[in-house]
Design a protein around this ligand. Sequence first.
Ligand code: TXA
Ligand code: MG
Length: 317
Amino acid sequence: MSPRTRFATTQIRAYDRGSLAEAAALIRAGEPVAVPTETVYGLAADATSEAAVAQIYAAKGRPAFNPLIIHVADVAMARRLVAFNPTAEVLARAFWPGPLTMVLPRLPDCPVAKLASAGLPTLAIRLPSHPAMRALIAAAGVPLAAPSANRSGAISPTRAGHVQASLGGRIPFILDAGPTSEGVESTIVRPDEQGVTLLRPGPVTAEAIMAACGLPVGRPQGEGISAPGQMASHYAPGKPLRLNCTEPVEGQFHIGFGPGPCQRNLSQDGDLVEAAATLFAALHEADASHFAGITVAPVPERGLGVAINDRLRRAAV
Ligand code: TXA
Ligand code: MG
């Protein structure tokens, strides 16, 4: 059966004790379930089962070489999977639970499916703060592999409706706990004793990481694709998108930042936190609109603006 026809309907259920128990039962049965985190909705499955992880790739239509983030309920669960170095310890204390993912070596007896890390000797691991995701991991009793709950290459979902639009009929169940608070995917870093490599900018900024560990934070240098999410086109809407447009353009859906005319404003007040939380909903709305293309106002390259511009540049490819 093709993923498109596996499920006659996709159930969307408000997050409560009953829906949580149903979601956990599906996870234990090897099925993928969409669940909110504080960043974006994830498509979660039992990370220790190759077959369950394969269901994620099938539902998303994701290239099998793109490894997944493994979500844990607490630090003890993380320690059973990967080897922490002193820098990772400091970052875990400073930013977990929260939107920081760390790439660390798999332990020799790490039970996570090889498919989840695409055969790499490392795992991307994260302890999220969202109560629904943490409760689901705890109820399922296993770490959960979870990429963003959208078709491969499409815009990340920040609401249950976005998941339904992208994966409806391809997955059995969506836990709906309302819009996510952070709005952009977690920061991904590779910490070691000399410093921290920033693989994907996100809600935890380079400045905050530097302040927490006192080590230099740099972008990867000439090492190819170590976070394939860095591949140029990854968060793409289905129509052309132009950046740094200070004015609306005739026939284009204009996404504004700060005061001025537009179809949708990321933040009237020029607030970067509000803009991050609104970003993907604005891209979804622009994509679904009758406009032939999308223009976006300039967003300053500081704080959360670094992550916002990173996602916008990739959406524009
Ligand atoms: O906020 C988030 O991080 C969301 C929520 C659901 O947790 N997840 C998310 O997953 O954005 P995804 O699959 O869309 O992006 C995961 C990124 C990809 O760029 C992938 O290449 C990278 O993590 N990644 C995974 N394992 C890796 C590893 N061992 N080494 C380097 N990069 C890795
Ligand atoms: Mg994604």
